[in-house]
Design a protein around this ligand. Structure first.
Ligand code: HEC
Ligand code: HEC
Length: 507
């Protein structure tokens, strides 16, 4: 029995409607990610190897904030340590590449970093294939996503200046071999040696400010001070310009108060760090699953084999047939790269509701549509409009890359239909990546299938394609078995486990 017969698509010699759909599922290995014009290091083996080390390094992460995305306190647990603890989270903490790039460490529906996310983790495996990144699509490249997560006050909680200093201290040779000189040509110990307890620089003999480690500031005005040229911590604040010492700006607004040319040097290093990490992620590809092996054997030899169980084959038929999953989970990665509302409500600890975002609330406002997290794609596209690290921006290696331009200009004032939509996740490795859905409300694949079987929950604007499926228990089992057949073969162990890393010096 050939592929068509095996899947129940061979209708009297004509190719049934399921055939092309299955071919798209079946055109699988080897999967090669699209060329990323915005990152010229993506295919560079040295950058990939460097990125592997950065991926496991805990030195880029900051201190526990123990707040959620709306600034509400998070208990311990599910926090990762008392407020103020230096957590040493790495990308691998929440994206274990030996387990489909998933988060097995968070003790909640959502992911827990220095604070609590508003959503569950998504896998890093296969992320190089994305059209847009994150559940709500607010980034348009793999490296821009890394810039966001590294400084996120609920996730890694680091800063671009911390990244600079960790690279100077632990990775300068590897960095410089790929990206050229670091702007800091002295050691972390040298910098520490000139610092006073208040973070300013000690003056040398005759009151001289130790250049180039420190800079004289405010010459020509009354206040003259000697400060580190590259402070140990700092990221852009919420108010433009220098608010020196402000308690509401990160680290007393240390980054915004730096010389503009030095800020640019730091940004370049920060982007290079992200491009190396993205290069590593480009190699994390799930392939050669039992499902792939079954389909390949059918395709080539026209014979069935024992790659997967009969139950899983029945599930594959349902997936492309009566259950209509393929409407959205299409193509080799089982995603249409689009965004839909499949009736997943905003519920569970730390998952923000629209009511929690009233008019005038600084952190989110669903009345005026300012950072309205529960609106998913709508919110993501509104943030993408002003993202400084886009493919068409000056940090891209090819600003003429207009492959995502159609997302930049979407008119959000009229776009009711974009609200409460979330990205269709790819389903490769899905059995390894619980919890499920953007809110993480399901722990098992059976619960997800049950969700679709009852037509989802009543969420305003739910996609009309999501209707009760009336599957019996056996059919539910079959869909679960099919989903479980999508785990890729293990990747080389040395590539997906922690390499040896330089010791960490506290800043
Ligand atoms: C505390 C846990 C945590 C840490 C640490 C973390 N992430 Fe994530 N990651 C998440 C969560 C949660 C999401 C989904 C966020 C969203 O959609 O808003 C995510 C999303 C992603 C995605 C997007 C996948 C997609 O399909 O759009 C990639 C890629 C990724 N992370 C890579 C990284 C890298 C690289 C690092 C290290 C620099 C990192 N993450 C650190 C939790 C984490
Ligand atoms: C209308 C488009 C659409 C259809 C039809 C659809 N899905 Fe989904 N699927 C999505 C979207 C969008 C999400 C994420 C939803 C969210 O988080 O709010 C999702 C999430 C999932 C997840 C969770 C994956 C993860 O990593 O969290 C699984 C598993 C899944 N779908 C399987 C199925 C199955 C099985 C079917 C058929 C019974 C199906 N889907 C039908 C769009 C669809």
């Amino acid at each position: 029995m050939g592929l068509l017969g095996a899947l129940g698509c061979d209708q009297g010699g004509t190719r049934g409607p399921g055939f092309e759909a299955l071919r798209s599922l079946a055109a699988l290995s080897p999967l090669t990610p699209p060329v990323d014009r915005s990152n010229r290091y993506a295919d560079d083996p040295a950058a990939q190897a460097f990125g592997h080390r950065l991926y496991f390094d805990g030195g880029f992460s900051g201190r526990s904030t123990l707040v959620d995305m709306l600034g509400r306190p998070v208990g311990v647990p599910p926090g990762r340590g008392e407020k103020g603890t230096l957590l040493q989270l790495s990308c691998a903490t929440c994206h274990d590449p030996a387990r489909g790039g998933s988060d097995h460490t968070s003790q909640a529906q959502v992911s827990i970093g220095v604070g609590a996310y508003d959503v569950s983790s998504q896998p890093s495996t296969n992320s190089a294939f994305n059209e847009l990144w994150y559940w709500n699509g607010r980034n348009d490249s793999l490296w821009a996503q890394i810039l966001a997560v590294t400084e996120s006050p609920v996730s890694v909680g680091g800063t671009r200046l911390r990244v600079l200093w960790r690279l100077v201290d632990g990775f300068s040779d590897e960095y410089q071999a790929i990206f050229g000189p670091l702007p800091v040509e002295w050691s972390l110990a040298d910098q520490k040696a000139v610092l006073a307890a208040d973070g300013s620089c000690n003056r040398g003999p005759a009151g001289a400010c130790p250049l180039p480690l420190c800079l004289e500031e405010g010459v020509g005005t009354a206040a003259v001070s000697c400060r580190p040229r590259f402070p140990f911590e700092g990221r852009p604040g919420s108010t433009a310009g220098c608010q020196r010492g402000s308690s509401t700006e990160p680290f007393g607004d240390a980054f915004d108060c730096m010389a503009a040319a030095d800020q640019e040097l730091v940004n370049r290093v920060y982007v290079n760090y992200a491009k190396a990490l993205a290069a590593y992620e480009t190699t994390l590809i799930s392939q050669d699953s039992p499902f792939d092996r079954w389909v390949a054997a059918l395709d080539e030899e026209g014979v069935d084999n024992d790659g997967i169980s009969e139950r899983a084959k029945q599930g594959a038929r349902l997936f492309v047939g009566d259950a209509s999953c393929i409407e959205c989970h299409s193509g080799p990665l089982l995603t249409d790269n689009n965004f839909h509302n499949v009736g997943v409500p905003q519920d569970g600890p730390f998952v923000p509701t629209e009511d929690a975002c009233p008019e005038g609330f600084g952190r989110c406002d669903c009345v005026n549509g300012k950072s309205c997290l529960p609106w998913g794609l709508w919110d993501g596209l509104s943030k993408l409009k002003t993202n400084p690290f886009r493919r068409d921006g000056r940090y891209s290696d090819d600003p003429s890359d207009n492959s995502r331009a159609h997302f930049y200009d979407v008119d959000l004032s009229e776009a009711e239909g974009l609200k409460r939509r979330w990205k269709t996740p790819g389903l490769r490795d899905v059995a390894m990546t619980p919890p499920y859905m953007h809110s993480g409300r399901y722990r098992t694949l059976r619960e997800v299938v049950a969700h679709y079987n009852r037509g989802g929950e009543a969420v305003a604007g739910r996609d009309p394609k999501v209707v009760p499926l009336l599957l019996n228990d056996e059919e539910v089992d079959a869909l679960v078995a099919f989903l479980e057949s999508l785990n890729g073969a293990p990747m080389p162990e040395a590539w997906v486990t922690a390499p040896e890393l330089p010791p960490l010096t506290e800043l």
